[in-house]
Design a protein around this ligand. Structure first.
Ligand code: IMP
Ligand code: MG
Length: 202
């Protein structure tokens, strides 16, 4: 099926990743995660709300299809950008966290996130899972890894400390939406990933 942007939607520029490409890649990620889980214990997946919602739902079913391990699901809520978008020359950003899971104490967890951008969100959650929730280790699984054009030195350093274990796709330094990701809370239900015209949301 040929995919199109919604009729008359001028705030989206183009489709970047099709639904079919997302589906195929999510299956590959599930295979890799299943292969790496070398323990008789359940796998603990911690997904970040809201953006990772659709990715996790597909990843969960792909894990079952590929014969993966038993999985316990956890959700943490992070607010990094609210209804805004990132600005130029950011050095730090407050990440608000809610719902840190207590059941991961002593376990290796896979942290499932929609997109790695400047890294503030994943760094904050990883630290909280290790220091506060008592996880033994945290592996990072991101659907999208944004290639930053001009990060500040602080952001470049943070990104170097956050090499994900599993990456779906690399994406350019643009705001993207769909498949769970939003622009000011819109577009989460698009079945593909689209590039947003950022000027429409400033
Ligand atoms: P970071 O903390 O700068 O890495 O940003 C990661 C968080 O910001 C993700 O959890 C997303 O919710 C959100 N985010 C960053 N870039 C985008 C984007 O291009 N589209 C939608 N959400 C994004
Ligand atoms: Mg998010």
């Amino acid at each position: 099926m040929l995919e199109r942007l919604p009729e008359g939607e001028t705030r989206l520029e183009s489709i970047l990743i099709s639904a079919a490409a997302l589906e195929a890649r999510v299956t590959e990620l599930a295979q890799a995660i299943a292969r790496d889980h070398d323990s008789p214990d359940p796998l603990h997946l911690v997904a970040v709300l809201k953006g990772a919602w659709i990715f996790l739902a597909d990843l969960a079913r792909a894990l079952r299809r590929v014969g993966g391990p038993a999985v316990h699901y956890h959700f943490v809520r992070a607010t990094t950008y609210g209804t805004g978008m990132k600005g130029a020359q950011e050095r730090s950003r407050q990440v608000r966290l809610e719902g840190l899971p207590s059941a991961v104490r002593g376990s290796t967890v896979v942290l499932v996130e929609d997109i790695l951008d400047q890294g503030f969100t994943l760094a904050g959650i990883r630290k909280a899972l290790l220091d506060d929730a008592g996880a033994r280790a945290v592996r990072l699984c991101v659907l999208l890894d944004k290639h930053l054009d001009a990060p500040t030195p602080e952001v470049a350093r943070l990104r170097q400390s956050l090499i994900p274990d599993y990456v779906g796709f690399s994406v350019p330094d643009r705001w993207v939406a769909g498949y769970g990701l939003d622009a000011a809370e819109e577009f989460r239900d698009l079945p593909y990933i689209a590039v947003v015209r950022e000027e429409c949301f400033r």
